[in-house]
Unconditional design. Structure first.
Length: 378
């Protein structure tokens, strides 16, 4: 089957994570992504662990399906070849600090002069405008500035970083969405445009309940651990051997849940009569449930609750996720052959398209692997 973005050529100036995550998604959907890398050095993430031998699995995980070409932009011949590629491209993606592409003579205005239909996507820490626009940024910086660290963790503990590089990844997804939207607009009008995505903007956009609570009360929310701030019980509980999460999202589920765990008395308790009162007395209710749940194993509770269609789950370790039958059924762990390492495993492509399915065709390229293929083009 043809992939959705086959025929779309992307010149990829990105490095590390936010930008490469965007271009990985585009490549997985069939775009021809030409990764522009510094001679002899390449993307910084080539030197990030974990390593197997000399190969970074971090780099391999987010640069599959791409082509690597080394360009020395101080070399006039290299610059000429690159400009010719840009003239025939559909999309440019870059995640430098604002001002860097201008210094290279590759600003949006300059590129638009040679290729009026170009989609020019810039993914940066703080965007192209505003007082922070020229500041450097990494995921940790933006998680801190964007507020998500302030609402993550256990009550009374230090602010906590989310375990995944969520600021980078969300910005990468939004940039890919912006590119797709701009391509659709160009299909209808013939006009290209610039896509400006800020990691900080992206973080603010996903604060959802935290923002709502602040606007409702005027007080900054504090970390509340694994409990939902507005639904209860929607939390993690201790079991005899591990942990379980339960998500009781409506009153009917609450009634079924109380019957299933043999606690009908909770239905008569005025503190737990509805979701609002349960949330107001969340600490008390959670302590009562922990007292009961510690008496059985996680699997025993899952068997009991799932029999009643009550949403629940174990707290999987990564080794459990990799072996999970649902994850495997959806091809979310894929194995590819690496010329140096043999079989390697990568996260699969999560967007399932019925007519133009995406997927992983090739491992991440070695530095400059496709120099000849692209530099020899007329």
């Amino acid at each position: 089957m043809t992939k959705a973005l086959e025929g779309i050529k992307v010149i990829d100036f990105t490095r590390v994570l936010a930008g490469p995550f965007c271009t990985m998604l585009l490549a997985d959907m069939g775009a021809e992504v030409i990764k522009v890398e510094r001679p002899d050095v390449g993307d910084d993430s080539r030197y990030f662990g974990p390593f197997v031998g000399d190969e970074s699995l971090y780099y391999n995980g987010i640069n599959r399906n791409k082509y690597s070409v080394e360009f020395d932009l101080k070399d006039s011949k290299d610059k000429e070849v690159l400009l010719n590629l840009i003239k025939g491209a559909d999309v440019i993606v870059e995640n430098f600090r604002p001002g860097t592409m201008e210094k290279l003579g590759l600003s949006y205005e300059e590129v638009k002069e040679m290729n009026p239909g170009i989609i020019y996507a810039s993914c940066s820490g703080f965007g192209q405008t505003g007082p922070y626009s020229k500041k450097p940024a990494y995921d940790l910086i933006v998680q801190a500035l964007g507020g998500i660290m302030s609402v993550t963790g256990q009550p009374g503990d230090k602010p906590t970083k989310v375990g995944s590089s969520i600021a980078d990844i969300i910005a990468g997804i939004y940039t890919a969405l912006g590119v797709m939207t701009a391509l659709y607009h160009r299909e209808r009008t013939g006009k290209g445009q610039m896509v400006d995505v800020s990691m900080l903007d992206a973080q603010v956009s996903i604060l959802e309940n935290a923002l709502a609570r602040y606007f409702a009360t005027g007080e900054s929310p504090e970390p509340i651990g694994n409990r939902h701030p507005a639904i209860m019980p929607f939390t993690m509980l201790s079991t005899k051997d591990d942990y379980i999460v339960v998500a009781i999202g409506n009153q009917k589920l609450w009634e079924v849940f109380c019957e299933a765990i043999d606690r009908p008395d909770l239905l008569e308790d005025s503190r737990f009569v509805d979701n609002r009162t349960r949330t107001e007395h969340a600490d008390v209710l959670e302590a009562m449930l922990n007292y009961d749940f510690i008496k059985m194993t996680t699997q025993e509770w899952i068997d009991l609750l799932e029999a009643k269609q009550i949403p629940c789950a174990p707290v999987n370790k990564i080794e459990d996720v990799v072996e999970d039958p649902q994850v495997q059924a959806r091809n979310m762990i894929e194995e590819l052959e690496h010329p140096e390492l043999g079989p390697i495993k990568l996260a699969g492509f999560p967007i399932k398209l019925s007519e133009t399915p995406g997927g992983i065709e090739r491992i991440a390229p070695s530095l400059g692997e496709h120099n000849q293929q692209y530099k020899d083009q007329e």
